[in-house]
Design a protein around this ligand. Structure first.
Ligand code: M6R
Length: 618
């Protein structure tokens, strides 16, 4: 939530790069955008409510061109409504210091009161302005140079409760200074001979260098051309190693697609192949993870798995729970990370906490995993971002190779998580000796052959079918998604996609639970999508379709169960595969139906209202 960028260059002009960086980070929040540059012996700020385009228009006079140092911000509002005044950057009274912030200063009211008593005034309702004014006052008192700024920040931070990734820009007597400070939300730095760059994620730094540094909690870093000086919480200089990033900066573009979401849906055949194929050992009927992770000893030592995740990632986690219990026989619990962390959880000895997260920076997932560790669990992660906090803090990680996911609605990251969970379930089962080699090989062979099946769901004809269903039902009052077993979480995910991008009320439900309440909702103005794959619960789910029909409900069957298609009012056929793998295929038409309903309603598909991609605050 909120994206921040900053740069200090040897020569040239910083503003264009800041705007490019913000356009890449806009998925993190889009309530307002702003930049500050060093200018005429001080700092100058332009900021605008709404999308980045508004800021670009405001910068059209060219007055911000030619500065060597600057910071920028794209906002997901926490304190204060989206407005020009509440937009970042915020400045101090000195007129020589500006700050952008991602996070929350929880005790800002107390700090604000103190500063008001000392005669300070404020022009916004934000927590960030309070912090900015506080730093600025101390900086001026300390002498107003670079060393004074570090001292001022080190003086202020112990008084602050909360979470922050901060970029501080100041004009000192010896020139501009750029600082990056982190506690909680991510901050990535890249340094070349030409400049020092910071960003909320690696995408903002990649255009300049593939060697990036992920700052650690409590780091304070001075950044410039050829310069990265970091001190840790105790003020001691520390070295933070750069790591080479594989992502290509062009991966974050839309290509020829109208939306990132559609592009990302279409990337799924590649993503699934990248995440699975090199790890499959068909000869042995087994899975090999990098560095020998999840070896037999580790697999045998697990008594219980606690899955922790949020949103779509939790739906992948629920699928994982069916797979792990079903194939490896390990008891699995799953929970919203935000609930786990506050419910006084009890973990048995031998628990592995498995976090599932695309970004690796979701605040609740990180906190829940840390709590599980404190309670004695070992930690593992399924994550899409190498170098993210979640990966760095986990003992074992399975990386999903989905590449950057920019659309706020998760699609390719979800299917990659499901693939990774499938691989993990098979490895656990094989490592514990509970799944016969030929059985494992059967599933792995199916997975090895899944690519053309995924592609068949993305042909023009297949997409046209999803669009047709969308057109037929876009006007319905509500949607119910039903599924059983491993396809129950697929129903939850289908409903979430529709809610978040089309703003339509949708419920995901276990098909067998329908009779215990939601059946009362059913009438001709309700569309009921029933996800049903060939397999052991297909017949039971078919019975649910009949029950819905008997009450006048409009049914759409999605999946490989031909008998369901014969009885439903309409259908979206999906190729047959192993029941264990059916969630991978069944999710794709649901993504497309949601996409097209959102398109029909004229919604902003890649940037749905009120949402942000990376939820780095509670
Ligand atoms: O980065 P994470 O996977 O930890 O994010 C978790 C959720 O915020 C995320 O899956 C969210 O529900 C999706 N954007 C919804 O499509």
């Amino acid at each position: 939530m909120c994206g921040i960028v900053g740069a200090l260059l040897k020569s040239g002009s910083v503003t264009e790069g800041l705007i490019d960086g913000l356009s890449v980070l806009e998925y993190r929040g889009y309530d307002s955008a702003g930049v500050a540059i060093v200018h005429d012996g001080g700092v100058s700020v332009r900021k605008k409510r709404g999308r980045l385009a508004n800021l670009e228009e405001a910068l059209g006079d060219g007055a911000f061109l030619g500065a060597l140092a600057g910071i920028g911000h794209t906002r997901w509002a926490t304190h204060g409504e989206p407005s020009d005044a509440n937009a970042h950057p915020h400045t101090g009274r000195s007129g020589k210091l500006a700050v952008v912030h991602n996070g929350i200063i929880e005790n800002y009211i107390e700090l604000k009161r103190e500063l008001l008593n000392e005669g300070e005034s404020f022009s916004s309702e934000t927590d960030t302005e309070v912090l900015t004014r506080y730093i600025d006052r101390l900086w001026v008192e300390e002498g107003g140079d670079e060393a004074a700024l570090v001292r001022a920040i080190r003086g202020v931070l112990p008084r602050v409760t909360g979470y922050y990734a901060l970029a501080v820009l100041a004009q000192t007597p010896t020139g501009p200074v750029l600082l990056a400070i982190r506690k909680g939300p991510p901050l990535v730095v890249g340094v070349t001979e030409d400049g020092g760059y910071l960003s909320s994620d690696q995408l903002g730094v990649l255009p300049y260098t593939r060697n990036v540094v992920f700052l650690e909690d409590s780091d304070i870093a001075l950044i410039g051309p050829g310069r990265l000086d970091v001190v840790d919480a105790s003020g001691q200089p520390v070295t933070r190693e750069a790591r080479a990033i594989e992502w290509d900066p062009s991966d974050s573009g839309k290509g020829d697609y109208p939306h990132h979401m559609l592009k990302e849906i279409h990337e799924q055949p590649d993503v699934i192949a990248r995440t699975a194929f090199d790890r499959i050992d068909l000869g042995a009927g087994d899975v090999r993870f990098e560095g020998g992770a999840f070896d037999d000893d580790f697999c045998r030592s697990i008594e219980r798995i606690q899955i922790l995740a949020c949103g779509t990632a939790l739906h992948a986690g629920q699928i994982a729970s069916y797979l792990i219990e079903g194939l490896a026989g390990i008891p699995v619990d799953f929970d919203f990370a935000s609930e786990f962390r506050y419910r006084n959880p009890r973990l048995v000895h031998g628990t592995v906490a498995l976090a599932i997260t695309q970004s690796g920076e979701t605040a609740d997932t990180l906190a829940a995993t840390r709590l599980a560790r404190e309670l004695g669990a070992r930690t593992a992660a399924i994550c899409n971002v190498a170098g993210s906090t979640q990966v760095r803090e986990s003992e074992a990680t399975i990386l999903t190779h989905a590449g950057p996911e920019i659309g706020v609605a998760s699609t390719k990251a979800f299917t990659a998580q499901v693939v990774a969970a499938t691989l993990l379930a098979i490895r656990l089962a094989r490592g514990r000796g509970v799944l016969h080699e030929h059985k494992a090989r059967e599933i792995l062979e199916e997975l090895r052959m899944i690519r053309p099946k995924v592609e068949s769901l993305l042909t023009d004809a297949a997409i046209a079918r999803c669009r047709e269903v969308a057109q037929q039902h876009a006007g319905k009052r509500g949607f119910l998604f039903l599924g059983r077993g491993v396809n129950f979480p697929v129903a939850l995910e289908g409903a979430l996609k529709l809610k978040e991008i089309a703003y339509v009320h949708a419920e995901g439900y276990a098909a067998g639970e329908m009779k215990h309440g939601p059946i009362a909702l059913i009438d001709t103005d309700m569309a009921i999508l029933v996800i049903n794959a060939e397999g052991k619960v297909a017949e039971k789910t078919r019975a649910n379709i009949e029950q819905v029909k008997a009450r006048g409900g409009v049914t759409i069957s999605v999946g490989s169960d031909a008998a369901s298609h014969a009885i439903a009012a309409s259908s979206i056929p999906v190729p047959a595969t192993s029941e264990w793998l059916s969630p991978i295929l069944n999710s794709i038409p649901l993504q497309l139906v949601a996409y097209h309903i959102a398109e029909i309603h004229g919604c902003d598909i890649d940037k749905p209202r009120n949402l942000a991609k990376s939820v780095t605050v509670e």
